[in-house]
Structure formats: C-alpha cells, structure tokens
Design a protein around this ligand. Structure first.
Ligand SMILES: [Fe+2]
Length: 486
C-alpha cells in the first residue's frame, strides 16, 4: 500500500509518501519553488514524490469544505483557499484517478506526532494557529489508536495570539514568530505583562479576536519596547502552555507527551515541559508541512519505523568529514550539502552552515553572511555523549527543539543566546555518523565537542535543496566554502 500525504493550498505546502509502512519521501514545496512557506505544490516536488510509484490513496491534511466555510465566515492569515492545485498542475496522471481521503487538520497533526513516536501510550497535545475551526486539541493515545478527548475552537488560539503579537511589533505574522521568540531574551517581561496577559488570561479565553489588527494600549516608541513586548508575549504564552499541559496530563494520565502543531516549534517554552512530563516526543516537523505526513499516517493507521528526518531530495555522496574539518580549521565557517534534505524547518547537518563557536566573531561573520539581525541566536550541535557536560539537557535533543542553559557560555560564545541558553542539537553515531565523526575530530583538535549549526540558505530563501542550489550559493557567496559530499 502506497499512500501519498498532501498539504496544498495552505501555508507550508508539502508532500509525504509512505510505502508499505515505511516513510520513503517527505519534503516541503518551498525547497523547490524558493518561496518561503509557499502555499502551493509545484511540479518539482510532485515529480519527485511520484518517482516512488503510483499511489493507492491520497491523504489530504484537512477537511476542505469545513475550512472553506471557516475562511468564508472569519477569514484567515492566508485565506487563499480557492483552489486545490495538486490535481490540476498536470502533476501526474496517477493522481487523477486515485481515491482521496480528507483528514481533519488536528487529526493530521496528532497522527504525525504520535505514530512517529516510540511510546506505547501518550498524551498528545496539538497547538497551532487554526485548522478548520480547531485551535487546540488533546488526544489520548494507546497502542496505535488516538482518541480526541478535548478540543478548543476559534477564535481562542495560542498560535493566533503569538502571531498577533508578532504583527504588533512589526514582524511578519505566520512567518517571523521565531524572531519574536529570540527577541524575548532582550526584554523586560514585566513592563507590558499586564497588557499582554489581559489579551489571553486563560488557556481557553481571550479578550480580543487575534485575527483583527487593533491597538492593545501599548505604543511602540523605541526598539526596546519591541523587545519588552516580545518578553511579555513569550511569558504569557508559557503560562498558558503550562495550563493546557497540566490539563492534558490530568485527562490522559500519562507521563509521555507527544506535542505537535506549529506552537511546538517554540523551543524556549518546550524545555519547561519536562517539569510536567518525563518523556517528550516532538517530531522534527510539527507544523503544517509535517501534517502531510500525519494525514498519510492517519490513513495508514499504524505506527511507522522512524528512521530520522533525512527524507527529502537526495544529492548522494559520503559525508565530507575531512574537508569540513579542513575548512573549519582554515576559516572557521563552512557550508555542507550531503545526502537527503531534512524534513523540517531546521538544518540538521545535511544542509547546514557550520562554524567555530569559540569566538563571538564567528557569530558576527554568520550574521554578515546571512544578513540577519545581530540579536538573533545561533544554535550549537554537540556530541550526544558529551552534551550533559556542556548543557542542562534533560534528554537527547536531536532536532533542536529545546533551549537549555549552557554551562560554559564563555567557551562557546558563538552558540549561546544573550540569556545564557542554547537551542541544542545532540548527535549520536547512529543518528548521523558523518556529523558525529566531524564533532569527534573537532573535539580532538580543540577540546570542544561543539560547533555552531545554522541553516544553509541564501537570504530570504528556504534551505538549499539540490546541486543547482549549491551552484547558486557559490555564486552568491564566493568567499564562503560549500563542500558537497562525493
Ligand atoms: Fe496546523
């Protein structure tokens, strides 16, 4: 049985393919058309997905009719839900006569999370901006089965709250929420806390409709006002998050948490969840692109073996360990492209820009290359077996999903945020043998098992995908080496 899961005509269009219970392909459409968070599939990604053969079923990640009704009644951040291109792009003859099954938005999220986990039971929490009407849901998972036991509907929404505040400080909602999260560390969370808390005083109540722009009583006069608002927003988000997680634990009576939906990308908040649950699984693509996989998994109805996030375009090659070390020793920064692209928003070693974290100047150099704001943090990648010596990691963090305290920030200033935390990626030998070997050799050279790891992308574009993109990089940044496995 081959099932193709699709997100199309919403943000973060994506395709996943499951073949006989194995995930054989999963990718974002943005990597092919170069529009970040692209709404629509394109010929490139569909052709690649179809190369795995004729699907028996198509799983669509939402209930289209219900979503159309909600958009007609209330509008939405995207709103362009007027067509479903995947059947009409001339995408492939196979798709024309294949049965389509529509899975509700939160059901897709929940299955993406739980059926990629190893838990026998779990509390599954889905938090995002909005699906059809649902904005939050809790599912009790047992064996391969999930049962929705609680849900919250529009207009109350964790994600819309965060997007509203992202917009309020002048950033792009639905896109720049991670920037607001990074800004929070520079702000005084108390200054505007009452204003922000009044907007969202309890997990299931809010004071305004976050879809509509309005004045909340705070006038932004300085850049610091934006940082202070960011800090208050992050704090209120975390307060409400803890409330709903306690609710999930009490309903489901499990120490295992599966957390999914776009809000699960908030790594600053995620680390606090270990105060409530013993074990946490956040799959590397918990947002809507990951729901293409979730829809396919819901149709599949059984757990799949999760072998990692490297599920996209394959440029082949052996991991260029020696050349990476050479370039790091020589200039401190190197781009790497090898094997299959990561499925998710984070570069995890196969489409990464690696740098020496020991000097703060490496952060400045990366900011210059990436042309991004100087306050934004960079993340470390660390040997899993050494991680506890360098960070307060409660558990392995293979997908950069938890911000944790750095124990020796002065030794790795290039990979620590202003608040002393780092969004850590831990690497084991089985998870990524090539990157693991790079870190072992780097440790042998420097005494430090850590490198800075950021996404390999040209400014304002998605992560690099294929060898044509590698050539574009070399033209754009002729002085920044990019090594490609061979
Ligand atoms: Fe979602």
């Amino acid at each position: 049985m081959r099932i193709i899961g699709i997100n199309d005509s919403s943000h973060d269009a994506a395709i996943s393919v499951i073949d006989n219970g194995k995930i054989v392909f999963a990718a974002h459409a943005e990597r092919y058309d170069k529009n970040k968070n692209t709404l629509y599939l394109n010929f490139g990604i569909v052709s690649e997905a179809m190369s795995y053969g004729k699907p028996d079923k198509i799983a669509y990640f939402e209930k289209r009719r219900s979503k159309q009704i909600r958009l007609a009644l209330h509008g939405g951040i995207n709103g362009q839900y007027d067509r479903c291109l995947y059947k009409t792009l001339g995408l492939h003859k196979y798709l024309q006569d294949t049965e389509e099954i529509q899975i509700s938005h939160h059901r897709s999220h929940a299955h993406a999370g739980y059926l990629t986990s190893t838990f026998d039971d779990a509390a599954v929490v889905v938090l995002d901006a909005i699906g059809e009407f649902e904005t939050a849901s809790i599912w009790r998972a047992d064996g391969d089965k999930l049962k929705r036991v609680w849900s919250m509907k529009y207009p109350t929404s964790f994600g819309l709250f965060y997007s509203f505040m992202t917009d309020y400080v002048g950033l792009k909602p639905g896109c720049d929420e991670y920037i607001l999260m990074g800004m929070a560390a520079f702000g005084d969370r108390t200054k505007y806390l009452n204003y922000v808390n009044d907007l969202f005083p309890h997990y299931d109540s809010q004071a305004i409709n976050f879809h509509k722009k309005r004045d909340i009583g705070v006038t932004i006069n300085t850049e610091q006002d934006k940082f202070d608002l960011a800090a208050a927003t992050q704090h209120v988000f975390e307060l409400r998050l803890m409330e709903i997680m306690h609710l999930a634990k009490s309903i489901c009576n499990s120490n295992n948490l599966v957390y999914t939906g776009g809000c699960a990308l908030n790594c600053s908040a995620n680390s606090k969840l270990f105060n409530i649950f013993d074990n946490i699984w956040i799959m590397p693509n918990p947002g809507d692109a990951g729901s293409s996989l979730g829809a396919a998994l819901a149709v599949h109805g059984k757990r799949v073996e999760w072998s990692g996030p490297y599920l996209g375009t394959n440029v082949g090659g052996h991991y260029p360990v020696h050349r990476i070390i050479q370039e790091l020793a020589h200039g401190g920064v190197v781009g790497v492209m090898n094997g299959r692209a990561e499925f998710g928003p984070r570069a995890l070693g196969n489409r990464s820009l690696l740098a020496d974290p020991r000097e703060i100047s490496s952060k400045d150099r990366l900011n210059l290359i990436k042309k991004r704001e100087p306050f934004r943090p960079f993340a470390p990648v660390v040997l899993e077996e050494e991680a506890h010596k360098w960070f307060d990691t409660p558990a392995p963090s293979p997908y950069m999903q938890f911000a944790v305290r750095a124990k020796f920030p002065n030794l790795i200033p290039g990979a620590v945020h202003v608040d002393g935390t780092s969004r850590v990626q831990t690497v084991s030998k089985s998870q990524h043998p090539g990157l693991h070997e790079v870190l072992v050799r780097w440790q042998n050279m420097t005494g430090i098992p850590i490198l800075t790891n950021t996404s390999l992308n040209i400014k304002n574009q998605p992560l690099l995908n294929d060898l044509r993109d590698a050539k574009a990089w070399q033209l754009e940044y002729p002085t920044v080496p990019l090594v490609v496995g061979s």
